[in-house]
Design a protein around this ligand. Structure first.
Ligand code: NAD
Length: 500
């Protein structure tokens, strides 16, 4: 019988009394590896109440002490990096190298969180008026919640709860129902790091469980990562319930290739950025914008390079990437490839019907290259989330910029060129939140925020970096004057707002 995924409530892994369970499958075989509960309302209430109780004590724990807990957590995450990666690979289908890389990017955020005593410092200005000093403090919000997607079950929860908790909050996480085992592993290590019980709670499920968090009066802030349609709903609902919200959503990321770029570098980076993790990354490059006549000829070599990629199982060290997360995801990607063909694009590589020896039931899609794509086609309008690269051709950099700026999404983009002037123009004029110059996937390290924009982000403050500290805290400003013998006693009441 498949194992039942436990909840994490009040510091303990707890069996759910749920009546309904969702099957968690290994995407390479579609065998059921676990069952994920649709957490009951009473269990969610228990988790939030426990978080609230814990936060009341935790907010009084000195900030350096909080950072020490995070140091222990970081040590445990590092010690278990490969074990977490194995769990992650089993339920997502990622290759072990990719899974381990993902865990590392999460650990980097925890490392950053260890500097919280510095990050949480407020501002002070003495003498803003006679004998008046002003100081701002950053204080926790209370209980915050996170709703996370399937494609980074370690990294994205780690974007959220270590910083939120380090800032003095408690955190309720509802991970993706498609891969709940990795977050459970993160919770076990959190418990083993010795954090007081209740600071992190994990409830499982789907829409209804997320909705309960959005509506609950004791949740102060919602961090969401997932698809655009769901993110819009989350943002509207959370803010309608007067909560803070940050929603990092879908994407369509273009790589602009200038003719003066190094061709081999461009091809290598396009192959990795389009097909790594089977294209299931919000920062995957899904569109190559080739600028000028000269670059037209590059598609042949791109095709040959992509054709060499082979998807495969976790245990296959030669596999370039794994299966898609589900049968539905595979069916949708294949449908979009079919639509591109019908709409007149040139299918240079067709990944439909891909098979992998020994894994007949896996959700495989082969590397796919679609040339002569136009912005009206479905493969351009929608986020594909598969190992599919669309190629578009434009005459010059101005046209490339216009194309990218017209796209509703704004998560990431990159330009490959040897021209400083072209790169400068691109990064200045492009309306996208994260820009790589000769780097395909510009995901910032955690001292900077993850600054997706336009239709890829709803909210004001982004995950990690200084933004996250602001998101998970409120500012208290103290203005003070201490009277002494030299202070004039004043000339009667001050009837203005002015300090004097
Ligand atoms: P998804 O939107 O289907 O699910 C995300 C989370 O929302 C899950 O926990 C799910 O249970 C929950 N959910 C689903 N429907 C809901 C509803 N109606 N109400 C409330 N909650 C609901 O996304 P996914 O398929 O798991 O993840 C892939 C998407 O995430 C892609 O669009 C990708 O671009 C995006 N993503 C964005 C970023 C970013 O930083 N911008 C990072 C990673 C992934």
């Amino acid at each position: 019988m498949a194992k039942k995924v436990p909840l994490f409530i009040d510091g303990e892994l707890t069996d759910s009394e749920a009546r309904e369970w969702i099957e968690v499958t290994n995407p390479a075989t579609n065998a059921v590896v676990a069952e994920c509960p649709l957490t009951l309302g009473v269990e969610i209430e228990r988790a939030i109440a426990s978080a609230k109780e814990a936060q009341g004590h935790w907010r009084e724990v000195p900030v350096p002490e909080r950072a020490r807990y995070l140091m222990r957590y970081q040590e445990l995450l590092k010690a278990h990096q490969q074990a977490i990666a194995r769990t992650l690979a089993e339920e997502t289908g990622k290759t072990l190298t990719d899974a381990s890389g993902e865990v590392w990017r999460g650990i980097e955020v925890v490392e950053h969180a260890m500097g919280l005593p510095t990050h949480l410092m407020g501002e002070t200005l003495a003498n803003v008026a006679a004998k008046v000093d002003t100081t701002s403090w950053r204080q926790p919000l209370g209980v915050c919640a996170g709703i996370t997607p399937f494609n980074f079950p370690a990294m994205i929860p780690l974007w959220m709860f270590p910083l939120a908790i380090g800032c003095g909050n408690a955190f309720v996480l509802k991970p993706s129902e498609q891969d709940p085992l990795t977050p459970t592993f993160l919770a076990e290590l959190f418990r083993d790091a010795g954090f007081p019980p209740g600071l992190l709670q994990i409830i499982h499920g789907g829409k209804a469980q997320a909705q309960a968090l959005l509506e609950h009066p004791d949740i102060q802030a919602i961090s969401f990562v997932g698809s655009a349609a769901v993110g819009q709903h989350i943002y509207r609902t959370a803010t309608a319930h007067l909560k803070r919200a940050q929603c990092m959503v879908g994407a369509k990321n273009h790589m602009v290739v200038m003719a003066d770029a190094d061709k081999q570098q461009v091809i290598n980076h396009l192959v990795g950025a389009a097909c790594g993790a089977a294209g299931q990354r919000c920062m995957a490059i899904s569109v190559a914008v080739l600028v000028g006549e000269q670059t037209r000829a590059w598609t042949g070599e791109l095709q040959s390079a992509l054709a060499k990629l082979r998807p495969g199982s976790v245990t296959d060290p030669e596999a370039a990437y794994g299966p898609l997360i589900s049968r539905q995801a595979k069916a949708r990607v294949e449908e979009i490839i079919g639509a591109a063909e019908r709409e007149g694009a040139k299918l240079l590589l067709d990944g439909r019907g891909c098979t992998v020896e020994g894994y007949p039931a896996g959700n495989w899609v082969g590397p796919t290259l679609i040339d002569e794509v136009t912005s009206a086609m479905r493969c351009y309008r929608e986020e594909i989330f598969g190992p599919v690269l669309s190629v578009m051709h434009v005459a010059d950099l101005d046209q490339a910029i216009e194309l990218v700026n017209r796209n509703p999404y704004g998560n990431g983009t990159s330009i490959f060129t040897h021209s400083g002037a072209a790169a400068r123009k691109y990064r200045h004029e492009i309306e996208v939140g994260q820009i790589g110059v000769n780097l395909p996937i510009p995901v910032p390290l955690p001292f900077f925020a993850f600054t997706g924009s336009k239709g890829s982000f709803y909210g004001d403050l982004h995950p990690y970096g200084k933004d996250a500290i602001r998101f998970y805290t409120k500012t208290k400003t103290v203005i003070e004057r201490w009277l002494d013998a030299d202070t004039p006693s004043g000339n009667g009441p001050n009837m203005t707002l002015n300090l004097r």
